[in-house]
Write a protein that binds this ligand. Structure first.
Ligand SMILES: Nc1ncnc2c1ncn2[C@@H]1O[C@H](COP(=O)(O)OP(=O)(O)OP(=O)(O)O)[C@@H](O)[C@H]1O
Length: 252
């Protein structure tokens, strides 16, 4: 599904990413963890075309992503959810989802657009999937932080992505919202490939049904099951044992 080779980028002389290789299988859920500044968001920014790397290759279903625009990469089937919700807070949940639909958006099509039954069905199906079926008429700005995040995930799903990139989905959520989000991500991985960046190790444990990759100073330090990674002395030294890690804060 995704094959990354020799990917690197530096910002003003600071090497933000230097990945030898990174592979993701179809319908795999990969969690990427690592300290602040390790290059996790930069990695996702490069995959989705937001940041241009200095060198490297990213093959998505055999096609090169490097050099393509963000719009083209989205059209190819890569969806990105950023950490901070970016929904239109003055619009209803339904209207936010309608705007997220994958439909022709040139001026003529937009002017003559009428909501089609298949689009309505799709909005309702995805609202049900993310747990927003009872909130479609609510103003998005009135939703809890957790529900705003689910709306963001719904908007990504409306683009029919095959690969979903999800940045810190559980940040700022209550325990019950985080648990529901974890269940949703595991369910989504039955039909999508998913890469999740996360700091919260309790949440990582819930969603780490496949492999966890540990990124440190722009490179993969190690990769394995949750238990393998959690007990890896290098990971403890570089990340989990650090005084500012979420793990440390939770057990303090
Ligand atoms: N646009 C940019 N311009 C300059 N430096 C950048 C830019 N984006 C990222 N960096 C730097 O690249 C490095 C990697 O940052 P990145 O945000 O990818 O890390 P991260 O692992 O996602 O961190 P966090 O967990 O705090 O979100 C950091 O040193 C950061 O300051």
């Amino acid at each position: 599904m995704l094959s990354v080779k020799n990917l690197s980028v530096a910002f003003g002389g600071v090497q933000a990413l230097k990945l030898d290789h990174f592979d993701l299988k179809e319908n795999e859920l990969r969690v990427v963890i690592g300290p602040n500044g390790a290059g996790k968001s930069t990695f996702m920014d490069i995959i989705c075309g937001k940041t241009k790397p200095d060198e490297g290759s990213i093959l998505f279903k055999g096609e090169e992503l490097i050099g393509r625009s963000e719009v083209k990469i989205t059209e190819m089937g890569v969806g990105r959810k950023f950490q901070k919700p970016t929904v239109f807070t003055g619009l209803s949940v339904f209207d936010n989802m309608l705007l997220g639909l994958k439909v022709k958006k040139d001026i003529i099509s937009t002017f003559f657009y009428k909501t089609k039954k298949e689009h309505l069905d799709k909005i309702h199906e995805i609202a049900l999937k993310v747990g927003l079926q009872g909130d479609l008429n609510k103003i998005a700005g009135s939703l809890s932080h957790g529900k705003k995040q689910w709306l963001e995930i719904a908007i990504v799903l409306l683009q029919d992505p095959e690969l979903m990139l999800i940045d810190e989905p559980a940040a700022g959520m209550s325990d019950s919202e985080a648990e529901k989000t974890g269940n949703l991500l595991c369910e989504l991985s039955n039909s999508h490939s998913v890469i999740v960046i996360e700091h919260d190790m309790k949440f990582v444990e819930q969603i780490a049904i496949d492999q966890v990759s540990v990124l440190v100073r722009g490179s993969i330090l190690t990769q394995g099951t949750f238990q393998e990674v959690k007990n890896d002395q290098q990971v403890i030294d570089c990340y989990l044992g650090a005084p500012d890690s979420v793990q440390a804060q939770r057990s303090a």
